[in-house]
Design a protein around this ligand. Structure first.
Ligand code: FMN
Length: 347
C-alpha cells in the first residue's frame, strides 16, 4: 500500500485512540512491529488556539515514524489552519476524523456527525487537502445508523477531492462499540474504492488480522482495542502474515516487563505526576487474566510513587512464578480467544 510516495506494504497499523496512543504507547507498539502509528485525535480549534496540551499531542520522535497526526473539527477554516500547523511537525500524513461517535465530538457537528452531512464532510476534506503538501486521509464509519449507511456513496467524492486513503471502522455511529464490526460492509467499501482502504474493527488476534485482509480485500489493517495491554499483537500478526505461524508467545513476565517499560516512558514524557496517573488505566489490561490480580490492581492504582509501582509489579511477577509452578497460569492466547473475556477488554 502506498500513501503519497510512502510505500508501507501490507501494513498493520495502530489505530488512533484518545488517551491511549500517546508517545509512550506508540513507541511500544512500534517496537513490536506496528508499521504506522496514529496520534490521538486532536481538536482543530485547540490547535488553532495553540492550546499546549493539544500541541503536545502532535509531538513524536523519529523512532516512531511513520506517525500520522489525526485532527477533528467541523469547520473548513479551522481544519485547514490546524492541518497546516500539524504539517509543520512533519508527520507521514494527516488524517481527518469523521468517525468519532462521542457526544463531545459528534454532538458538536464533528467526527461521525459529518456522516449526516456528506457535502460538508467532502468540503472539509477538500479544504484540508488544499491546505497542505502532505497526503491527507480520512477515518470514518459505515454511516450514522443501520438505516443510513452511506459510506459507499461518499468514498468516490472523497477520492475526487484528493483524499489518498480511507480507514473504515465497520460500525455505524449508533452502534458505538457494541456488537461486532461488520467486515462484509468493509468488503463493499474496498470493492468500490480506488484509493487504498485500511480495514478496522475487532481485530483481537493475529488470526483476526489475517482474516481481515482475506475477508475484506483491504490494503492495510488497523488495530485499536486489541493492542491495549497487548502490543505483542503486531509482532504476532506480522509473523502470521509473513511466515504462516506465530512464534511470539508472551507470558506474564513479558507482559509485566512491557507494563514497566510503558510506565517509565510515560513518566519520561509526562512527568512523575501525570505520567504515573495516566498509567493507572493500563495496569488492568496488562495483567488481565492473571491469578489473584484484583488485589494487585487495587494497590497499583492507589500507589502515588511510580518507583513503588514498579516494585509492586516485580513482586507480583515473583508471585506469578509460584502460580506457574502450581499450573494456575492460563495461556494468554487461549485467554484472549475466549470470547466473553475478549469483550471485557472493551476499553
Ligand atoms: C479508548 C478509545 C479511544 C479512541 N479514540 C479515537 C480517536 O482519537 N480517533 C479515532 O479515529 N478513533 C478513535 N477510537 C476508535 C478506534 O480508532 C477504532 O476505530 C475502534 O476502536 C475500532 O477498532 P478496534 O475494534 O480495533 O478497537 C477510539 C477507540 C477507543 C476504544
Amino acid at each position: 500500500m502506498k500513501v503519497g510516495s510512502l510505500d508501507i506494504g501490507q501494513a498493520i497499523m495502530l489505530a488512533p485512540m484518545e488517551e491511549v496512543t500517546d508517545r509512550s504507547f506508540r513507541k511500544i507498539c512500534k517496537r513490536f512491529g506496528a508499521d504506522v502509528v496514529y496520534t490521538e485525535f486532536i481538536s482543530a480549534e485547540a490547535i488553532r488556539r495553540q492550546v499546549d496540551t493539544s500541541l503536545r499531542k502532535m509531538r513524536f520522535d523519529d523512532d516512531e515514524a511513520p506517525v500520522v497526526v489525526q485532527i477533528f473539527g467541523n469547520s473548513q477554516e479551522a481544519m485547514a489552519e490546524a492541518a497546516v500547523i500539524a504539517a509543520s511537525c512533519s508527520p507521514a500524513w494527516i488524517d481527518i476524523n469523521f468517525g468519532c461517535p462521542a457526544k463531545k465530538v459528534a454532538g458538536k457537528g464533528a467526527g461521525a456527525a459529518l456522516l449526516k452531512e456528506p457535502d460538508k464532510m467532502v468540503a472539509i476534506a477538500a479544504a484540508v487537502v488544499r491546505a497542505v503538501n502532505l497526503p491527507v486521509t480520512v477515518k470514518t464509519r459505515l454511516g450514522w445508523d443501520r438505516d443510513s449507511i452511506n459510506i459507499v456513496d461518499i468514498v468516490p467524492r472523497l477520492e475526487d477531492v484528493g483524499v489518498q486513503a480511507l480507514a473504515i471502522h465497520g460500525r455505524t455511529r449508533s452502534e458505538m462499540y457494541r456488537g461486532v464490526a461488520d467486515w462484509e460492509w468493509i468488503r463493499k467499501v474496498t470493492e468500490k474504492a480506488r484509493i487504498p482502504v485500511i480495514a478496522n474493527g475487532d481485530i483481537w488476534s493475529a488470526a483476526d488480522a489475517r482474516a481481515m485482509f482475506a475477508e475484506t480485500g483491504a490494503d492495510a489493517v488497523m488495530i485499536g482495542r486489541g493492542a491495549i495491554g497487548n502490543p505483542f499483537i503486531f509482532a504476532q500478526a506480522r509473523e502470521l502474515l509473513d511466515t504462516g505461524r506465530v512464534v511470539t508467545h508472551p507470558d506474564y513476565r513479558d507482559r509485566i516487563a512491557v507494563a514497566v517499560e510503558h510506565l517509565k516512558l510515560s513518566v519520561e514524557f509526562k512527568g512523575e505526576k501525570y505520567g504515573s496517573l495516566e498509567m493507572r488505566r493500563h495496569y488492568s489490561t496488562y495483567l488481565k487474566g492473571l491469578p489473584r490480580v484484583s488485589r494487585v490492581r487495587d494497590k497499583l492504582v492507589r500507589e502515588p510513587d511510580w518507583r513503588n509501582v514498579i516494585e509492586i509489579l516485580q513482586a507480583y511477577e515473583v508471585e506469578c512464578e509460584g502460580y506457574e509452578r502450581e499450573g494456575k497460569i492460563r495461556d494468554y492466547a487461549e485467554f484472549l480467544n475466549d470470547h466473553s473475556k475478549r469483550l471485557t477488554l472493551n476499553y
